[in-house]
Design a protein around this ligand. Structure first.
Ligand SMILES: [Fe+2]
Ligand SMILES: [Fe+2]
Length: 135
C-alpha cells in the first residue's frame, strides 16, 4: 500500500508550509486508500478535486513567498509545481473517462514526486527563508 508516512525530516522549518504539506500528505493518503478500497468514481473525483484545489493554494503560498523575497531559484521551482499540477489534471481527465487502472498505477509516481519535491526543492526554499528570519 502506498502511504505517505510523515517524518520530521520532511519539515522545511516554515510552519505554514509544513502544515500545508502535512495536509496534502493526508489528502494523498485518503485518495489512495479510496482507490485501494474500490470507492465509487464520484468519491474519487471529489477527493482528487480537493487535492488539486489544495495543491494550487499551497503552490501559490510558496510562489508568493519566493517572489516577495526574490528567491533566485524561482523559475526552476515553479517548473516543478506546474508539472505536478499538470500531472494531477491529467489524472483527473483520465479519471473522468473512467480510467482507474492508469490512475492507480500512476499513483505511486505521484506520491514519490510529492516527497521528492518537498524534500529537495522545498527544503532549499525553507533554508533560504530561514536565513531571512522567516520560520
Ligand atoms: Fe511544497
Ligand atoms: Fe514547492
Amino acid at each position: 500500500m502506498t502511504h505517505i508516512v510523515w517524518r520530521n525530516e520532511y519539515s522545511i522549518n516554515i510552519s505554514r508550509i509544513d502544515d500545508q504539506h502535512q495536509n496534502l500528505a493526508r489528502l494523498v493518503n485518503e485518495l489512495n486508500e479510496s482507490v485501494e478500497l474500490g470507492a465509487e468514481m464520484k468519491v474519487l473525483r471529489k477527493q482528487l478535486s480537493e487535492l488539486i484545489v489544495t495543491t494550487r493554494i499551497h503552490f501559490d503560498t510558496e510562489e508568493d513567498l519566493m517572489r516577495s523575497h526574490g528567491y533566485p531559484d524561482y523559475s526552476n521551482h515553479k517548473v516543478e509545481h506546474d508539472a505536478l499540477i499538470s500531472y494531477l489534471e491529467d489524472t483527473e481527465s483520465r479519471l473522468s473517462v473512467g480510467v482507474v487502472d492508469t490512475f492507480l498505477t500512476n499513483f505511486n509516481v505521484s506520491c514519490d514526486c510529492f516527497i521528492i519535491h518537498m524534500n529537495e526543492r522545498d527544503k532549499k526554499l525553507g533554508a533560504f527563508l530561514n536565513r531571512r528570519d522567516i520560520y
